[in-house]
Write a protein that binds this ligand. Sequence first.
Ligand SMILES: C[S@@+](CC[C@H](N)C(=O)[O-])C[C@H]1O[C@@H](n2cnc3c(N)ncnc32)[C@H](O)[C@@H]1O
Length: 289
Amino acid sequence: MQSVPATSTSVAVPPAGSTKDHWNQHARQWNWVSSPLRPATEDVAIAASAVQQWSDTHQPARLSTVLLGVTPELARMPWPVDTQLLAVDRSEPMIHSLWPEDLPHSSVVCGNWQSLPLPAASQQVVLGDGCFVLLDWPATWQAVLQEVHRVLQPGGLFIMRYFLRPDHPETIDEVFARLQQGRIGNFHAFKWRLAAALHGTLAQGVRIADVWHEWHTRVPNPQTLADQLGWPLEVVSTINNYRDAPAGYTFPTLVEARQALSRQFHELSCTFPGYELGDRCPTFVMERT
Ligand SMILES: C[S@@+](CC[C@H](N)C(=O)[O-])C[C@H]1O[C@@H](n2cnc3c(N)ncnc32)[C@H](O)[C@@H]1O
């Protein structure tokens, strides 16, 4: 695999996010965010290898690809020669903070995944990282899956890392006990475990403001906890983005994720990474039916 030379363009349209959109703050704190929220090298390798394999098999004249979001690790992954990449994200702060302007054969547009600015069956690959955690079930999940299906050509590739909740969730008390005992390796893994513990059904999801509230109630002095666990306060403070945020997150079980995908996609692989909480962060590689 190799990277391809050329230019990168930026197309801006009005932002969809409100001032309460936590992505504003998230963009500013991106360097304090890490795995499992951001994809690790092994997640990127799964996507890169699936794309290269698809390209080797189908030999398209040019690979047309859509990235849902502006996840820099995926944007910068090794692409087959002559790949054309379009990234779509509705947050201008995220685009401006994260999009690598030096990326060859690529462009970014501020837009919604529910209405991608592309003709039907025009793309060979659509990919993204953890996108569905941000979407409510069932309406927005289905609208985005329908849109991905629409823009992909039959047999095209859909690659997505999902954030799952376990079949038998931890209780909130268990999550905090494990935190205090130093049995959770990093703050973002803790955040995801707490969110999953507070989660209802897939239709209910979890309000991220409730994640912040539970945290704030139980850990009134984060500096002490950060010192005790040896975590930078800046990393621990990323949870403050959730305060008063209107967003809800959805964490499907593995069965629920598969059920949702199986209507329009054929599963080629589902790979669980080896890092902490990797058993809840599989990458699905799917083929459009
Ligand atoms: C790609 S997801 C990745 C989640 C990430 N792994 C995390 O939790 O930090 C994040 C991006 O999705 C964008 N986003 C969320 N819903 C969207 C939608 N319906 N259309 C376009 N972009 C959306 C947000 O603006 C944000 O930049």
